[in-house]
Design a protein around this ligand. Sequence first.
Ligand SMILES: CC(C)(COP(=O)(O)OP(=O)(O)OC[C@H]1O[C@@H](n2cnc3c(N)ncnc32)[C@H](O)[C@@H]1OP(=O)(O)O)[C@@H](O)C(=O)NCCC(=O)NCCS
Length: 158
Amino acid sequence: VTIADRDWSGCSIRPCVDSDVERVAHLAGQLGYRSTPEEVGQRVREMQRGRDQAVFVAETADGQVAGWIGTHIFRSVELDAFAEISGLVVDETHRSRGVGARLVGAAEQWARSVGARALCVRCNIVRERAHRFYVANGYEQIKIQKIFRKPLRPTAPL
Ligand SMILES: CC(C)(COP(=O)(O)OP(=O)(O)OC[C@H]1O[C@@H](n2cnc3c(N)ncnc32)[C@H](O)[C@@H]1OP(=O)(O)O)[C@@H](O)C(=O)NCCC(=O)NCCS
């Protein structure tokens, strides 16, 4: 039995809806990405427009959003398409009850339903608890990467 097969949390998992954005934005802050509910609402609506991305929330028995997960299909020239977790967080007060495992299970189910053969996640080197969590849920570390970034100034109108 893997952690994902057990249900300690009593949560139900469902797609994110407009009325969740306040809590989802609050939890994005716990992940380290401060965002307003408006920003989160716009992002989630854009993600939910196509078939290639999904956002699920875990709702407790008393109706509180305890965590969320974003997932998408990653396409590249050199690899078959695979699914990736784009973000995952469980409320600090709801951790270690299996909520994270349920959310990852939902992302896996979604990924299978759109034909993906693997689910990956890129996880900051400092998130040691999350590393243990993924390994406990059947994920294997396959490499270490450096992420490079360049801010782009908008081009002048033509
Ligand atoms: C990583 C994260 C999502 C895990 O969520 P979670 O709901 O605490 O996860 P789970 O409860 O399924 O599992 C966490 C641990 O609790 C244990 N656990 C779960 N339910 C338990 C229970 N009822 N009794 C005892 N232990 C339990 C699991 O064995 C697991 O142990 P491990 O971390 O040593 O492997 C959460 O810690 C988090 O939001 N962290 C901050 C953000 C982050 O790092 N996100 C990942 C970005 S890539």
